[in-house]
Design a protein around this ligand. Structure first.
Ligand SMILES: [Zn+2]
Length: 298
């Protein structure tokens, strides 16, 4: 009786395995294709996570969200700008914000940079991803906002970090952590998607300091996805000007119009769009270009 049931179990296992045998290669093939397609990205990502993890292990600082700054200031679950409608929170004139421990939330091509876009400020950078890709916390931190904004960010988070920075993650398809959860740098917090005001799957990523949206390209190198330097130098006056689109981000560049140039051709050449050129130069898409005219493209 006992032996019989063992045999039956064994037969059952063999049947289960052989039953799945024809399914496995198919799944495997698809996984293999997907892996190959994402290999470059994942290898780059893993290398970065490894190096950053090692870097973090060298000095084992205790995780203390409230060690240096009053990080409860303006804590609410509603406003992306934590200072909105609140008095008595002083923004420092300048600060050096440590970048240590940063992990890229995703690694992907820049779909749309920070700055003027269709006559409104785009307060973050759009990074291409595939629906369902993992989105990770940029630093250790705490989830301040987890909300749905149908006409804007879609499903989004605002995380607050011990270095005083806040990060915003928009257009997610799924939440993984809860409001008020403490997260570690690199921890999966959500899956990428295209919810809210979005024309395709991407992560809308913002870096904010006291609510002021910084240019992500000035915080991290968007080719290597490493911090631009050990400390981000925050200057309130300058940051406000940049956030209001009143100042360039220090990387303004111009094209001198030549015979036969069109806005579309200039946009293509510099990897931007006609509407961005129009915003930057205060012109219309049908404006006539003069030979020798300077057109700002970033
Ligand atoms: Zn965006």
């Amino acid at each position: 009786m006992c032996k019989l049931s063992v045999v039956l179990v064994l037969v059952g296992m063999i049947l289960t395995v052989s039953g799945r045998a024809d399914v496995v290669p198919d799944v495997h093939k698809r996984m293999h294709e997907q892996l190959q397609a994402e290999q470059d990205n994942s290898q780059r990502f893993q290398a970065m996570v490894d190096s950053l993890t090692n870097q973090n292990e060298e000095t084992e600082e205790p995780f203390n969200l409230y060690s240096t700054l009053d990080l409860d200031a303006g804590w609410d679950d509603d406003h992306v700008d934590p200072l909105l409608g609140k008095a008595g929170i002083a923004i420092p004139d300048s600060a050096f914000i440590p970048m240590k421990g940063f992990v890229p939330p995703v690694i992907g091509r820049v779909n749309s940079p920070y700055g003027w876009r269709k006559r409104r400020m785009h307060k973050g950078v759009d990074l291409k991803l595939y629906p369902g890709d993992t989105v990770r916390a940029a630093w250790d931190g705490k989830v301040r906002i987890r909300k749905f904004d149908r006409r804007g960010y879609g499903y989004y988070y605002v995380l607050r970090h011990p270095n005083g920075m806040e990060t915003v993650y928009g257009h997610l398809s799924k939440f993984i952590v809860n409001q008020n959860d403490t997260v570690r740098a690199g921890q999966p917090i959500g899956l990428g998607g295209s919810t809210g005001r979005s024309t395709g799957p991407h992560l809308h990523l913002e870096f904010r300091y006291y609510g002021i949206a910084l240019d992500p390209a000035q915080v991290i190198d968007l080719n290597t996805f490493r911090p631009k330097s050990e400390f981000y130098e925050f200057r309130q006056k300058r940051a406000r000007q940049v956030a209001q689109g009143l100042a360039g981000n220090g990387t303004a560049a111009y094209h001198r119009v030549k015979q036969g140039d069109t806005l579309a051709a200039i946009a293509r050449r510099y990897g931007t769009t006609v509407s961005r050129l129009c915003d930057l130069n205060g012109i219309r898409s049908r404006s006539t270009l003069r030979i020798g005219q300077r057109i700002r493209y970033k």
